[in-house]
Ligand binder design. Structure first.
Ligand code: FES
Length: 115
């Protein structure tokens, strides 16, 4: 493992458009909730904060996809986000997207890249 990279989970923990894995970042000495999901084969990571009100998206832990499995959804008021880039795609996010977290998949693991 490269210095400074942190293992988040096993690659096999992220099923296509399935349950996500929650983890915590540190930013300016403060814990920041984040999550990883898999969409169209790629691993995508975001801070777990809605663009409407900075609450966590998943009411039920790890459930980030809407029923269509095409969008990430905020469980509080239903804002929709593009899983690939976190852009707001509808609802109360009002154009404010999710903040990406840089992840890397290799050697059967999902790693947090240096920030
Ligand atoms: S808090 Fe997420 S849509 Fe309102």
């Amino acid at each position: 493992m490269a210095a400074g990279q942190r293992l988040i989970c096993a690659a096999s923990d992220l099923a296509e458009a399935g349950r996500g894995v929650r983890f915590t970042l540190e930013q300016d000495g403060e814990p920041v909730p984040a999550f990883a999901v898999r969409f169209r084969g790629e691993v995508c990571g975001y801070q777990n904060r809605c663009g409407h009100i900075p609450v966590e998206l998943d009411w039920n832990e790890g459930e980030f996809f809407d029923p269509s499995q095409l969008y990430l959804i905020c469980s509080t008021h239903g804002a929709l986000y593009d899983p690939h880039n976190g852009h707001c795609r509808g609802g109360r996010c009002g154009g404010r997207g999710l903040t990406p977290v840089s992840l890397e998949e290799r050697d059967g693991g999902i790693y947090l890249k240096d920030m």
